[in-house]
Design a protein around this ligand. Structure first.
Ligand SMILES: Nc1ncnc2c1ncn2[C@@H]1O[C@H](COP(=O)(O)OP(=O)(O)O)[C@@H](O)[C@H]1O
Ligand SMILES: [Mg+2]
Length: 365
């Protein structure tokens, strides 16, 4: 059992609240990603889990045990600060063995565990070589090996791939995820990169300004963002967010966007004031002569088999993902048709999603 649970976890530095009443459950074996922009409180959250920062209030439970006041060394968690922190002059075997030597583990046991980890990471052929001469990928594997050899209850990783170039990062993403699937240890992984988060996570928690806005599987965070911030932060290009006219009664099945009546999933929540927002992913809009909302093509960005068509409408700029077989050019007038079932509505004032009848638990519920 290595579930990690945060209960009303709060951290203030003087008057400044870095983490506000976070409630999260990270299940045994999960690859859990904390995602958010720089300064939103990710590292502070991770450091509290590790025992490197004392919470102002709230509790941390590790495998059901309250560890809030336990020091870092007594938590049985491996914090992978930076995957390149190795001893370059020592060979791979010694780098791997080092954490166990300093724990006073008997020699025979060390030998067995080094062999085991080397097999797992496919670096058996490197054991006798000094770390200094290894490629970046091999070094990263050795560093991971050094973290897992202690058999910690959980791994904490703070932007471990941050310093790598894009191509190598993609490769390491896959490696990390594969390794996690083989070892199965609970992992909390911090990143500001939504593509990385979407690719790796079992569950993503999106943070902004110290607050956890939503936690769920990538598909849920992508398809049913709970707030405008999440809608805008996840996905590239981001969800189109168009001003719509409230008020909306519970049961409403249309929203008015610049005079166009757009069919939406029947609402469960109502909205008492005028400021609504319609959210539509670029792939949920098609260019169509029947489209009620019309605009002028501003430009087209080719992205392989798909293209992003940028359309200026009276409701603002809209990005449409369409097959590149659809021929359009700048200046053309086009109609936009929306895929009803995929649309979201938000309250501009509270920034929260309105729930619809068809989707249980969508939005802020
Ligand atoms: N020791 C500290 N003293 C004062 N403010 C801090 C301290 N550590 C972090 N902060 C502030 O808390 C906020 C969150 O920081 P951090 O958790 O590092 O964010 P992230 O990792 O998401 O970029 C930031 O505004 C940062 O300046
Ligand atoms: Mg950070």
């Amino acid at each position: 059992m290595s579930e990690i649970r945060l209960e009303n976890l709060h951290k203030a530095f003087d008057d400044f609240v870095a983490v506000r009443d976070a409630n999260l459950t990270i299940a045994e074996g999960q690859f859990f990603v904390l995602l958010g922009p720089s300064g939103c409180g990710k590292t502070t959250t991770l450091r509290m889990i590790a025992g490197l920062e004392i919470p102002t209030s709230g509790r941390i439970l590790l495998a059901g045990e309250d560890v809030t006041n336990r020091r870092a060394a007594a938590r049985d968690i491996a914090f992978v600060f930076q995957l390149f922190a190795l001893y370059p002059h020592m060979n791979v075997r010694r780098n791997l063995a080092f954490p166990l030597i300093s724990q006073g583990v008997p020699r025979a046991e060390i030998r067995t565990r080094v062999a085991e980890v080397a097999r797992l990471l496919r670096i058996e052929h490197l054991l006798a070589l000094p770390v200094r001469g290894l490629t970046g990928g091999d070094r990263q594997r050795v560093a991971l090996g050094r973290a897992i050899i202690r058999r910690p209850k959980a791994f904490l990783m703070d932007e471990p791939l941050g310093a790598l170039d894009a191509e190598f990062r993609e490769l390491m993403c896959e490696e990390l995820r594969l390794l996690h699937d083989r070892v199965g240890a609970t992992t909390v992984y911090v990143t500001h990169d939504q593509v990385e988060a979407m690719a790796m996570a079992d569950v993503i928690a999106v943070m902004n300004q110290g607050e956890v806005l939503q936690a769920g599987p990538p598909s849920e965070v992508y398809n049913r963002p709970a707030t405008l911030f999440v809608a805008d932060f996840i996905g590239s290009p981001a969800m189109n967010l168009l001003p719509a006219m409230g008020p909306l009664a519970p049961g409403a099945d249309h929203a008015r966007v610049s005079g166009a009546e757009i069919a939406i999933p029947r609402l469960r929540d109502g909205l008492a004031h005028e400021e609504a927002v319609l959210g539509a992913r670029p792939e949920h809009i098609t260019l169509s002569d029947n489209g009620l909302l019309r605009g002028h093509v501003f430009g087209v960005e080719y992205t392989g088999v798909r293209q992003i068509v940028v359309v200026d409408t009276p409701a603002g700029r809209v990005r449409v993902r369409s097959p590149n077989t659809v021929r359009v050019s700048a200046g053309e007038t086009v109609g936009l048709e929306f895929s009803k079932d995929a649309l979201m509505l938000f309250d501009r004032r509270s920034e929260r999603a309105l729930r619809s009848e068809q989707v249980q638990g969508a939005g802020n519920g």
